[in-house]
Design a protein around this ligand. Structure first.
Ligand code: GTP
Length: 595
């Protein structure tokens, strides 16, 4: 145990975490340079393309230092705010963290929010200035930021480059020297902390865990404390490039367990593994049930594809426990599912996987956050869909989720950022200068406000330089109304949105304008109206136009005529018939792109 070091890497997206991890693997001969696919730790195609690590993993390295052999476990952390809880569990399994900061960029929002978590868990922090090979590196300035943030000595900051290999030896030595060996009691009842799990179509669920106390042997009967389920440990082992089976895992080890579990829902990140015969007194602290924070309707474009869509979503859920779904129907869109996602990125990923892996053509409705409605009768109703909001007359009050949002930017943009966030119902909680021209702003904000066009605005007003991170903080009272959209007098439920009373009029007006742009002219006038309850607050009209696609075929050629009609039909596939109006798919997401 005294020669084990468990550590993770904290870095903002693109600061070079994966590249540096590759160098560590190479230097310790865990992989040879030749086998090393760029960025070993990112495995899914999609991750590679997006350049973000979606599922955290772990890998073991052997390292010899001053004639002693050490086992180094690198626990990878997902790089996006949607997966914050997984990050927190990975951090909880470590004793040390490499804090990687891009020397050309400086400290960004994600660096700080993950660092705070690492400090909360008493991790030993090793500060690293990465990308020092680049001519535009600003070592002194970024060092100042790091010193201000963690209060270390300038000499403790390691200069490195994942590209040239500079500093890699120093990083490994420092890990051995200053990261403490895992504590824990080898004789105590087993306590294993699950920090990740993956689905394998042959072997079922593989859960990654750290043995915090005690030990576990192949064949042991174990219990997952929070789910209460019992399993035999069919296989336990350590994580090299592949799974390496072992007879036993001891205190401080990081490894995996395979126990015949078929779906990801049965294994919860943060849960504790213990023995059935000699259980631990209590579960490891910090377990949370991750809850979806963004909901959207997912509908097949072709109603006949409903069952296929169900099968596809079920398959996706096998390896993505954070995806939830239940059937719903919409007057406008027919039968589909209301899916719950961790956040917007997670939603995009699911949409993309449905398309790529399952070839499903779907319409996704405007996403919304979960609301809690308290009725006058004292009932508490969780609302995942605007149309599920009880009748206004029955509601006592409604609560919506709030976040703590962290923004780091050049101080030139403070004014713009303030007006953006205040306009989004944000309240400034903290303003802190990291250096003379870099500032950290913290706002309390409704989550719903960042679901709509927040990132784009943030990037454009800060010329792409502001970085942003958030975590949810709980529910707060809110004055919400339901905004309905009517097309030729018919309420299109899939376009309804819940919005704050103060924003409702502006939003209704802009939605009508946007829909007018998006709905093509048809053979009759289309009236677009926004309404709150029975009150119409805005109206636009799409004027009628008779579009005869065959007009240019000069009568004669029937096959050409048919081809054109065929083509038009295909174009229509991306349309949904709502009452007598053809609505393009884009329109259902119109509200996301309101100016
Ligand atoms: P996420 O997985 O998205 O969080 O990114 P990451 O932090 O793992 O960054 P990644 O290793 O993918 O590197 C981001 C980009 O920076 C890639 O284009 C790398 O080639 C480049 N890069 C990484 N490290 C260095 C370095 O030390 N020097 C230079 N010049 N480029 C680097």
């Amino acid at each position: 145990m005294k020669n084990i070091r468990n550590f993770c890497i904290i870095a903002h997206i693109d600061h070079g975490k994966s590249t540096l991890a590759d160098r560590l693997l190479e230097y310790t001969n865990t992989v040879s340079g030749k086998d090393l696919q760029a960025q070993t730790l990112d495995s899914m195609d999609l991750e590679r393309e997006r350049g973000i690590t979606i599922k955290s993993k772990a890998i073991q390295m052997q390292y010899e230092y001053q004639s002693e052999k050490y086992t180094l476990n690198l626990i990878d952390t997902p790089g996006h705010v949607d997966f914050a809880y997984e990050v927190s569990r990975s951090i909880a399994a470590c004793e040390g963290a490499l804090l990687i900061v891009d020397a050309t960029q400086g400290i960004q929002a994600q660096t700080i929010s993950n660092l705070y978590q690492a400090v909360d868990h008493d991790l030993t922090i090793i500060p690293i200035l990465n990308k020092m090979d680049m001519p535009n590196a600003m070592p002194e300035e970024v060092e100042d930021q790091i010193i201000d943030l963690i209060g270390c000595d300038r000499s403790e900051i390691i200069h490195a480059s994942g590209k040239t290999g500079m500093g890699i030896d120093k990083i490994l030595e420092t890990i051995v020297e200053i990261v403490p060996a895992p504590k824990g009691d080898p004789e105590a009842p087993l306590q294993g902390l699950i920090f990740d799990s993956v689905f394998n179509s042959f072997r079922g669920i593989i859960a990654y865990f750290k043995v915090v106390n005690g030990s576990i042997k192949k064949g042991d009967l174990v219990k997952f404390v929070n789910t209460g389920k019992e399993y035999y440990a069919d296989e336990v082992g350590i994580l090299g490039l592949d799974l390496v089976p072992r007879g036993e895992l001891k205190t401080g080890d990081v490894g995996y367990i395979i126990s015949g579990i078929k779906t990801s829902k049965e294994v919860k990140v943060g849960d504790t593994i213990t023995h059935v015969k000699r259980p631990c007194a209590k579960a490891i602290a910090g377990f949370e049930e991750v809850k979806p924070m963004v909901f959207a309707g997912v509908y097949p474009i072709d109603t006949e594809d409903y069952e296929d869509l169900r099968a596809s979503i079920e398959k996706l859920q096998l390896n993505d426990a954070s995806l939830t779904f239940q059937p719903e129907s919409s007057a406008a869109l027919g039968f589909g599912f209301r899916c719950g996602f961790l956040g917007l990125l997670h939603m995009e990923i699911v949409q993309e996987r449905l398309d790529r892996e399952f070839d499903m053509d779907v319409i996704t409705t405007v996403p919304n956050v979960p609301y809690i409605a308290y009725t006058k009768k004292g009932e508490k109703i969780e609302v995942h869909n605007p149309s599920g909001l009880p009748d206004p007359g029955l509601i006592d009050y409604v609560e919506e989720p709030y976040i703590s949002a962290q923004i780091i930017s050049h101080s030139d943009y403070i004014g713009n950022l303030m007006s953006l966030c205040l306009g989004k119902r944000g309240e400034l909680v903290k303003q802190h200068y990291l250096t003379t021209d870099r500032v950290e702003l913290v706002f309390d904000m409704p989550l719903a406000e960042i679901v709509f066009d927040f990132y784009d605005k943030l990037k454009s007003i800060s010329k792409g330089y502001a970085s942003f991170d958030y975590h949810t903080t709980g529910f707060r009272l809110s004055k919400l109304v339901k905004l309905d959209i009517l097309l030729n007098g018919e309420n299109v439920d899939a376009l309804s949105a819940l919005t704050h009373f103060d924003n409702a009029y502006g939003m209704g007006k802009r939605m009508c304008e946007k829909l007018k742009e998006l709905i093509p002219r048809q053979q009759f006038d289309v009236a677009i109206q926004a309404a709150i309850g029975s009150k119409i607050i805005s109206r636009e009209t799409v004027k009628a136009l008779r579009k005869d696609v065959t007009a240019k075929c000069y009568g004669g050629d029937i096959s050409r005529k048919r081809k054109l009609l065929e083509k038009q039909k295909k174009g229509k596939k991306r349309m949904k018939q709502v009452g007598n109006v053809e609505v393009p798919q884009k329109a259902f997401l119109a509200v996301l792109k309101l100016d």
